[in-house]
Design a binder for this molecule. Structure first.
Ligand code: BV8
Ligand code: ZN
Length: 260
């Protein structure tokens, strides 16, 4: 188990009152979900605008649905990994713990995290573009025709934020607020290139948070992070959670002195 944390990080693990875990596709790699921009990433095979955009959906909805159905089958067949579970453990011992995820794979929720802001939507949800009625992911799609709403005949689309689309306002504002109030901000498994989500680590840093990046590779954030823990997120998050649980269970030395 890794315990060689810097004194600054060890102090944060012991004392941080408000913590944000900002996650990207990398946290789900150990569960078997491909990333977007990595060596075998999704975007290496197809261009995002061909499938993850409103134009693509209007041009060929069945193709876009099939692509999401394909990703959904991958996601439904896998489990959260030790990284997702480590964040659940942290949430239990930190007074204010917020997950802000760019992922649409629902794995944080399935792992048991409670406070989650989904900036780019969730592959389990779909909605009617006309009346807003929501449909679960088992909503069957008539491949010949556009998927339509049983209530009003409107188009039904995945509840996912495509390029050029606004992020859900409440989720975005809550994420900015949590980042501004964070003592400790983890950026986990994200290339930090998709805006506005990617601006959150800098928002946190400007507001005084200790920013820790967890990634096997350096990213555009690495030079500005307070710490860069290089490696796969699962084992690193598990070791951080171990340390957090250990030092928050035992009273710290100054607690003992205070208690006399
Ligand atoms: C918007 C849903 C306002 C689809 C996604 C020029 C400059 C700046 C911005 C822009 C620009 N041109 C356009 C924009 C805006 C655009 C944008 O940022 N484009 C980028 C690409 C330049 N943003 C938008 O359009 C956003 N909306 O701006 O609205 C607006 C509105 C109207 C008009 C104008 C403006 C909407 C963005 C949401 C797009 N939707 N996904 C789908 O998933 O099907 S984006 C997609 O990228 C996913 O959501 C993903 O979450 C997100 C970020 O990717 P990552 O999660 O970081 O994944 P990635 O593969 O990149 O990286 C994985 C990382 O994991 C790597 O670093 C790797 O090293 C690491 N890793 C690998 N293994 C492991 C690991 N880490 C840990 N452990 C491991 N084992
Ligand atoms: Zn409808």
């Amino acid at each position: 188990m890794r315990t060689d944390f810097s004194p600054a990080l060890a102090r944060q693990l012991r004392e941080a009152h408000a913590v944000v875990a900002f996650s990207g596709a990398g946290i789900s790699v150990e569960s078997g979900v491909p990333t977007f921009r990595g060596a075998d990433g999704i975007w290496t095979k197809i261009k995002p605008e061909e499938l993850a955009s409103m134009n693509a959906f209007m041009k060929n909805p069945a193709l876009v649905w099939e692509w999401y159905a394909h990703r959904r089958t991958i996601i439904e067949s896998i489990e959260p990994n030790e990284g997702h579970r480590a964040l659940v453990r942290m949430e239990r011992v930190v007074p204010h713990f917020t997950i802000v995820t760019q992922n649409i794979d629902n794995l944080h929720r399935r792992a048991g995290s409670k406070v989650i802001h989904e900036l780019h939507g969730n592959i389990e949800r779909n909605y009617c573009m006309k009346c807003g009625r929501t449909y679960r992911s088992d909503f069957t799609v008539n491949k010949e025709k556009m998927p339509v709403c049983t209530e009003c005949g409107g188009l039904v689309r995945p509840d996912i934020v495509w390029f050029g689309e606004m992020l859900p306002e409440e989720e975005w504002e809550a994420s900015v607020r949590a980042s501004e109030e964070a003592d400790l901000f983890f950026s986990i498994g994200t290339s930090a290139v998709v805006y506005p989500a990617a601006s959150l680590p800098w928002i946190a840093k400007r507001a005084g948070a200790y920013v820790v990046e967890i990634n096997p590779e350096a990213t555009s954030l690495t030079k500005d992070a307070d710490e860069f823990l290089q490696g796969s997120s699962g084992p690193i998050l598990a070791a951080l959670a171990d340390e957090m649980e250990r030092c928050r269970r035992e009273p710290s030395t100054d607690d003992r002195q205070r208690r006399g």
